[in-house]
Design a protein around this ligand. Structure first.
Ligand code: CMP
Length: 139
């Protein structure tokens, strides 16, 4: 059985462009319930820890600099088949490859400034939800 929760971040570029409302609207329309939400500015070390899985890759330094460049919104989303359906809703990592109507096609500027993050597996969704939220911050 697939998990019912996934973790998204609205990234600094999308926050700066005032897209929080538009992105949350697309998420609600797709049937997700918000279980937890935080508006925060990650330090470079925190961004590095969140993206630990990518440490050593060519884009890791730029990724962690970008993700700590301004506030983000972190959200736990719930519905059946949460991880896979959310990946469909946001579209491919690079907006050039994303399908019409997806969040990244609509709002991303580039592969690195791609508006939103979405967990890529149930296992990582749990790790990522636990990174941002304690038990008493989930409703
Ligand atoms: P995200 O879903 O947040 O997960 C890792 C991020 O690294 C990804 O979105 C991209 O924004 C960013 N990234 C930058 N360059 C690359 C790359 N060459 N391949 C994959 N991800 C990249």
């Amino acid at each position: 059985m697939t998990g019912r929760q996934t973790l998204t971040m609205i990234k600094p570029n999308a926050v700066k462009r005032n897209l929080i409302g538009a992105i949350l609207h697309k998420i609600s329309e797709a049937g997700y319930v918000i279980k937890a939400m935080k508006y925060m500015h990650l330090s470079k070390a925190q961004a590095g820890e969140f993206y630990e899985i990518h440490r050593g890759k060519s884009f890791y330094e730029d990724l962690t600099t970008f993700m700590s460049s301004g506030p983000i919104v972190a959200v736990i989303l719930e519905k059946d088949n949460a991880v896979n359906d959310y990946r469909k809703l946001i579209g491919a990592t690079d907006p050039k490859d994303a399908e019409e109507g997806t969040i990244r096609k609509l709002y991303a500027e580039s592969k690195s400034h791609n508006a939103v993050h979405g967990s890529d597996s149930d296992e990582n969704a749990k790790i990522e939800c636990d990174f941002f939220f304690s038990k008493v911050e989930r409703f």
